[in-house]
Design a protein. Structure first.
Length: 339
């Protein structure tokens, strides 16, 4: 029996691609790359790719991808898309690892849900050829949704799959995908807007700020998904929680050397200060904290400033809430980014 490794994002295209191969008698194993930048990666939420694999009826292997993605983000050879998305290099890294796994389990080829011409950066026809060349998998990457519009691959030539039973979809239309979903009884799947937060321009601004200041780490990648973000100076960030859940995330990822700021007498956010804890920076962060609390309309409020990861209770200071001009001067994005 032929064997294949199919990249499974959890979206409809990758589900259909895996299904089109599996129904031809190929033993398909799904692979999914888990990253903090996946928009569906939230606590308590079952992995979308796991649900997709169950729907298609194939096993799933997951691989960590956050650290690899961070390395790519620092200097992507093929550049960024419209935001902080190095799509081509991420695709290359994922498919290269899928190829390694293919060899490890003795599979014959790799399957992806890519559709020629669907995405302007990473799915143009000549980019698909670049991906094959740079992964060392020329002829071994089958794209079932666009196969008839592309050159025949080795698994097609060798009779491992029947090219006539594959598709020839090109461009951004979704009509044929919807038809195939109904045919295969696939009802639950995410919207086709994309599952990577790096494609969001406002979120991308936060990530690029970290890249530009040499601060993009796994820890900061978790923090960049929550709160309001302020750049106090070249070495210092403040992250202000927007709700109880975000306050908890900020506490979780606070490190020794960070400061945490909370309001004393009224409900309010938890603010993390990372970098240069000068008096000016602490006072600015404290004022931004009061601005986001129930004391925002008062002349001043008390806040506690304490070191993270320490039993030291810190000190209480009184500050006025930051005005719109102060918030605008330090904010990294004019609008909030949904985490």
């Amino acid at each position: 029996m032929p064997k294949a490794v199919a990249l499974l994002s959890g979206g409809l295209d990758s589900m259909l691609a895996a299904k089109l191969v599996a129904i031809q008698g190929v033993a398909v194993t799904g692979v999914h790359f888990v990253s903090v930048f996946n928009s569906a990666a939230k606590p308590g939420r079952r992995l979308a790719a796991r649900l997709a694999a169950d729907a298609v009826g194939i096993p799933l292997k997951t691989f960590p991808f956050t650290e690899t993605q961070i390395e790519i983000l620092r200097n992507p050879p093929h550049g960024y898309g419209s935001a902080a998305n190095p799509c081509i290099d991420c695709h290359i890294a994922m498919i290269r690892r899928a190829g390694e796994f293919m060899r490890e389990i003795g599979a014959d080829f790799v399957v992806t849900g890519e559709v020629a011409g669907q995405r302007p950066m990473s799915q143009r026809t000549f980019i698909l050829r670049v991906i094959e060349q740079e992964t060392g998998l020329e002829g071994l990457i089958l794209r079932p949704l666009s196969a008839k519009a592309l050159q025949p691959t080795l698994p097609e030539k060798r009779g491992l799959v029947n090219r006539d039973l594959l598709e020839g979809i090109v461009g951004r239309t979704r009509t044929r995908q919807m038809q195939l979903a109904r045919r295969f009884g696939i009802e639950a799947y995410p919207t086709p807007a994309g599952g990577c937060l790096l494609t969001d321009r406002e979120f991308g601004r936060r990530v690029m700020d970290l890249v530009e200041h040499g601060e993009l780490t796994v820890n900061n990648a978790h923090l960049v998904k929550v709160g309001r973000h302020y750049r106090l100076d070249a070495a210092t960030k403040a992250v202000v929680g927007r709700n109880e859940r975000e306050n908890g995330v900020i506490e979780t990822y606070a490190r020794a050397g960070d400061l945490l700021i909370t309001t004393e007498d009224v409900p309010g956010p938890t603010t993390l200060v990372r970098g240069n804890a000068s008096q000016a920076n602490v006072e600015t962060a404290a004022a931004l904290t009061v601005r986001s609390s129930k004391a925002k309309s008062l002349a001043a409020a008390r806040v506690r400033v304490r070191p993270a990861r320490s039993s030291d209770p810190g000190a209480v200071i009184s500050v006025a809430p930051a005005g719109d001009d102060v918030a605008a001067a330090f904010t990294l994005a004019p609008s909030e980014v949904s985490s």
